[in-house]
Design a protein around this ligand. Sequence first.
Ligand code: ATP
Length: 561
Amino acid sequence: MIDILLSESFLSLLAINAIAAIGMNIVYASGQLNLGQAGFLAIGAYTVAVLDVELGWPLLPLLMAGAAVSAVVAVPIALGASRLRGIYLIMGTLAVGEIVRIAIGNIDEVGGLQGYFGQAPVSTGGIFGSLIAVLALAAFLMASRVGLQIRAVFDDEDAAAAAGVATRRIRVLAVVTSAATVGVAGGLLAKWLTFISPSDFGILKSFEIALYTLIGGVHSLLGALAGATFTSGVDKVLGSVERIDYIPTALHFLDDWRQVIYGSLVIVLIAMLPEGLVSRSAALRFQRPFRRLRRTLERRGRSAAAPLTPPPRDRGAVRLRLDRVGHRYGGVVALDGVTLEVRAGEILALIGANGAGKSTLIEVVSGRVASQQGAVTLDGERIDRLRPERRTRAGVARTFQSVRTFAHLTVEETLRLGAMAAARASRRTIDDVANLIGLGDRLDALPAELTLADQRRLEIGRALAGDPTLLMLDEPSVGMNDDEREELAGLIGEIRDRGIAVVLVDHNLDLALGLADRVAVLDFGTLLTVATPQDVVNDDRVRAAYMGVEDLAAGAEAVPE
Ligand code: ATP
């Protein structure tokens, strides 16, 4: 059996499958399960086969042409797919794969259903050279800023947009890059088989390519290699690789049962290893020395500090202005004509009973919810028509009510992602923020290894790394004990002292009123008052709005004299 697995023809096929797996990894890493990859495999294969037969080009230009045609066809598909989620995306991509196969079957010039042949065979060296080149390019992509953004979109699209990622563009880019990569695999397959027909590119092929990633793991390219190797190996041992009867004599009894055994094996594997053969933490262990080296090199070549503190003269300047802002959810008025200013270097606590509209105000300013009425300006510029990621890059940062970290990004990667929103950011920005949030020695940790309080501080760090002018914190103290809350208060105070305008929403009035310079009180979507904490706790209207809420009394005790 071993000699079958080590045969040159099998290893060549394995290398081609590995390239397809890398392509699948790139697109699934952005959270899009593309089940139409056989279509791109076919486009690459037929492009290469026809150019080879008609023009006799050398391998490199052939493969580049296969990748290019596949990528061009992928653009409109990617634009459409970027609007689809979940089952609709899966069905849509599945349909695309089938449409390509059926279309090719109708083109007589490429042999229709009969198939196409005549292409010169490819050398084993050519196949392995291609694999190494594709792997190097993919590794470069996934280690780049774009790769980090792709992975952030996988974990949480909203939080990625809040970190300044143009999520739609990233999704399109991932589909197109993936199509180009799978196109290369298709081109090699065409030359390896020397005869191709539409039946080589059916739905089962798309499932097979998806399986490489699902079995291997999506969180590193090692997973793509492991998945392709495992799947192709099992496939070969069980005898399914078409055209050649690979079933070793000893396993011939499997014949009719091989699909059942194969399917069961896949189910067991996915159930036992939901993250695949190479999980994120396993990949991290492998990458740790490289990460350390990168950090050391970056620190040695430290660029000038990117100060998070604006010049002192900016303190007190109006950063955020809401002018008669309103928002309704259906019949519910969540915000009604709210006019408000937040200044550099101040903490504005936004309080109000449940449902008063506090979170909606953050959503409207950050752009996750479109404002329906009024104007929102940041530093004098209208921002209410900008997409969320553009607002982030303009200086609006926010955290979410329920903590939203990126499950598969380390502390360092999360801060690096956040820092991409800044006009200038350096290694020092990341170290500075990591120390500020108390995670300076946990740079390689994943969120699951952190306490909830650490995760909340990490989310604040992500927001802060983008060098914002405005930071909006939605219930940052939820789930924290007294010590952690006190630490958080210190952190928020420090952020204010750096000259950032802070909007703080927190049900813990102890924290909110104790920290605030000014307090805005919302009541059923309208702004009741904006005043000092002292005046707010003595205001009868506020007491009425908080009737029965004991927190206000507790908060009153926290107001500094
Ligand atoms: P809490 O303190 O409970 O978080 P809040 O002050 O943040 O409340 P919002 O969450 O902004 O208040 O809600 C304001 C009003 O809008 C509430 O009546 C709420 O039920 C409603 N609301 C909020 N989000 C939605 C939504 N997505 N769809 C419909 N109604 C919504």
